[in-house]
Write a protein that binds this ligand. Sequence first.
Ligand code: F6R
Length: 619
Amino acid sequence: MCGIVGYIGYRKAQDVILRGLGRLEYRGYDSAGAAILSGKKVKIIKKQGKLKILAAELSDNPIAGTIGIGHTRWATHGVPSDANAHPHSDCAGKIAVVHNGIIENYLDLKRELKKSGHRFISETDTEVIPHLIEKFYKGNLEEAVRNAVKMLKGSYAIAVIHEDEPSKVVGARCDSPLIVGVGKDENFLASDVPAILDYTHNVIYLDNHDIVVITKDGVTVKDMSGRIIRKKPSLINWDISQAEKSGYKHFMLKEIFEQGDVIEKIIDERIRDGRVRFDELKIKDADFKGIKNISIVACGTAYHAGLTGKYMLEEYAKVPCSVDTSSEFRYRNPIVNRDTLVIIVSQSGETADSLAALREAKKKGCRVLGICNVLGSSIAREAHGVIYTHAGPEIAVASTKAYTAQLATFYLITLHLAYIRKTVSAAGLKALIKEFKRCAGLMNDLLSEYKSDYNIIAAYAQEFKKYYHLKHNKSYFLYLARNINYPNALEGALKLKEISYISAEGYPAGEMKHGPIALIDENPWVVCIAAQSKTYDKMLSNIQEIKARGGILIAIVTEGDKEMVHHNVNYTIEIPPVDELFSPLLVVIPLQLMAYYVALEFGHDIDQPRNLAKSVTVE
Ligand code: F6R
């Protein structure tokens, strides 16, 4: 939800800002802008639309200067437009501010500021910030920013420049991410690490209520009362090449293809001497032993990983488990207590609802474990313990490798708990670990079948598009599954709708007869996850019921399935044979590819789907 960049140093600020924003475009992409201190003036340029529009404008009319701030927007208050794009400025046009977050009391502040003569030109909540800074400015920008943010309710990460103090950029954060990139004779501010990795690998993660001043050769972090806080930079151990497309058409496709290696690496790192090791985890084995129940809380794709986690944890670790979306958990007053382990799952570690749920769980005295991908993110820092998924940077808005890395982490937690709580025998655990490792290899084998653009899933997507037009755009997708693959039905539907804008629903196949079967005629394409499992026969019956009503069927089956040929499905997709427990890791691959190829057929912007953003830092 919006990306911000700040730069001070010796390079052309516009180049650093554009490059940094390019790496943050996943956070929002409906408009972009920059403010650069050029000569003695703050020059602002902002454009509705993707970053390339701003880049073209800056290429035609470059702005000289080595200090600046930039923004890529995901609109909350006010439509995407040039006027609502950031940076925003004060009445005198001397201050420029970029902001990620939401100022909840902006209407009250705006009313007051207007009364004292401040003029506003946008519909945004952000515009109150430069006016507050203007109001408090008495020759010290840092102090004015501190006083201004004290007035704000809500969330913010901001970067500010002022033409009367041309040798600094000031930043502040509360509940929206902000990092400092520490360079040599140059320093950076950014919403996320990829924005600065071209220049430095040394990063300071700011905390809530920090105020930071970066100059060409220094970084000073202070708290709200102006006391200096010493922070050591962390060294980022991954490279920018991991945040590039490496020859793939889209980040999403690249990330799908990375999944086998990601899972292999996770297993290598975490399983040593036949045991699961969570080196960074601060929660002790004894604490895990005492847990009476688990409550998993997450949003979107991470929620689907959590739902899958419930199946494995209950079956193998024998712990009662509930799963909530974060936005429900935080308001429904759940019955959780000090005997509950709350697991918050979040790729970004910044999702506002998940962060609020985490705080709610802590208030209720629960142990909170974060499963996060982004190092140093808010959820990772605020949880009692964190397990990083180590999937590497996920750039495509539609989550793929973060999902399978979350699934892998749930397998690890399950094996760990089963070991500590002795719910599976030593021989049983050994066999499960062996199968888990084998499954990671199978993921790579399966992916290799789809290396070429001319694969069967791409062909099915072409067929779907033809059919869709034939049926006057009335065709849509239904995903059905049972047991541990049911969450994959939800995930397949989510992937498809978010990047192809085609209606899709995921359902437990057994629920069909309780309503959704009324939808079945010749319009829907029904994806039935019918890999070998203890509910395979039940899936065959569901397939018959759909066939009898004219639905077009795609069956995901296990290689060597002899039965399905008798069921006259329209299309089949095979996955290698694997224990049902681990099958979600394989089943999801064709689902992700199906979503990808359908969106490709329809010519959509796959990595940056409309209305979405990677990191949802608003409620
Ligand atoms: C879907 C997707 C979203 C996220 C959700 C939670 O492809 O990416 O549904 O899973 O916004 O985000 P995180 O995991 O960052 O908390």
